[in-house]
Design a binder for this molecule. Structure first.
Ligand SMILES: Nc1ncnc2c1ncn2[C@@H]1O[C@H](COP(=O)(O)OP(=O)(O)O)[C@@H](O)[C@H]1O
Ligand SMILES: [Mg+2]
Ligand SMILES: [Zn+2]
Length: 279
């Protein structure tokens, strides 16, 4: 009985020490929020005794949940920023997105969008794309669109070239194979412009090793190249055979045709200048 009296005293003091504010009000011993009109106190069992403690009213709970959701969203966006910075050592490609696709090659645009939509299945099967065709047809652009779209979805990607990988992997540090194996942290590896790298023993070996590492890891690779279908199927250099046949095994081949956009742009620039300077 004496203890109960003590509890009541504590409760009364707590009540006195926390006078209602901002429209809050008591009904009996229960403190209500003036805004949402739900309780700010509740009764809990404290050492066998029902005791009134403060709790969050509905609007305070909602504010807390909102702040928590905002924090999580900020963290998600920060992570995507980091993923994008890692994905594009070549900053220029960061700006390539399906929203900027002019749709000149609808079949290819659709195929690349589908690849993004189907990425989970593609990844599970370790299947990538081999975008091949003449220069300036948009292979690099579309591959970068895929990387950007997957990055938006939180998928770690890396878009690079064999030349860049060559520099990265020949520097000082742990051995080359270990560093090639580290590429496994990227769910998608895109290597731009196969066959544009130097034709050296080191490079040819590196190209094979990187492609083969993806194969062994069961992870997809997307490759763009100016090589023709014929050159890929029947390379003049026999040493390329094993590389390309492995690639064809891992990738859905898609020919990218069309006119050279860069040439078309140069031509337009030239005509613009000509009109300015010669009329
Ligand atoms: N679908 C597209 N929509 C808008 N611009 C494009 C598209 N495809 C390519 N481009 C632009 O045309 C130029 C050449 O394309 P690129 O992807 O570099 O060709 P490739 O890699 O086949 O040689 C680049 O400046 C690129 O940004
Ligand atoms: Mg290119
Ligand atoms: Zn409230």
């Amino acid at each position: 009985m004496e203890l109960q009296g003590l509890w009541n005293q504590i409760a009364d003091r707590a009540k006195a020490a926390n006078p209602p504010k901002d429209g809050d009000y008591y009904e009996g011993d229960v403190l209500y929020c003036g805004r949402c009109r739900t309780p700010k106190t509740s009764v809990v069992d404290l050492m066998g005794r029902p005791t009134r403690v403060f709790c969050l009213c509905r609007c305070a709970r909602e504010a807390r949940d909102r702040a928590e959701a905002e924090r999580r969203e900020r963290e998600r966006l920060d992570r995507i920023d980091r993923l994008r910075n890692t994905a594009f050592p070549d900053r220029e490609l960061m700006g390539c997105g399906f929203d900027r696709d002019d749709g000149a090659n609808p079949r290819l645009s659709r195929l690349c969008r589908r690849y993004v939509e189907q990425f989970e299945a593609m990844k599970a099967q370790g299947k990538g794309l081999l975008l091949y065709g003449p220069v300036g047809t948009g292979k690099t652009f579309l591959a970068a669109c895929i990387v950007n779209a997957l990055t938006d979805r939180g998928v770690p990607c890396l878009m690079t070239s064999f030349a860049r990988l060559g520099n990265l992997l020949s520097g000082p540090g742990p051995d080359r194979q270990a560093r090639i194996d580290e590429l496994a942290r990227f769910a998608l590896l895109v290597v731009d412009d196969l066959a544009a790298e130097r034709d050296t023993e080191f490079m040819n070996e590196l190209v094979y090793t990187v492609i083969d590492a993806r194969y062994r890891q069961g992870l997809p690779i997307i490759v763009t190249t100016n090589l023709t279908g014929e050159e890929l199927k029947n390379p003049a250099q026999v040493k390329r055979q094993r590389t390309y046949s492995r690639l064809l095994e891992m990738c859905y081949p898609a020919e990218v045709a069309g006119k050279d956009r860069r040439k078309a742009r140069l031509q337009a620039d030239y005509l613009g200048l000509k009109a300015r300077l010669e009329t």
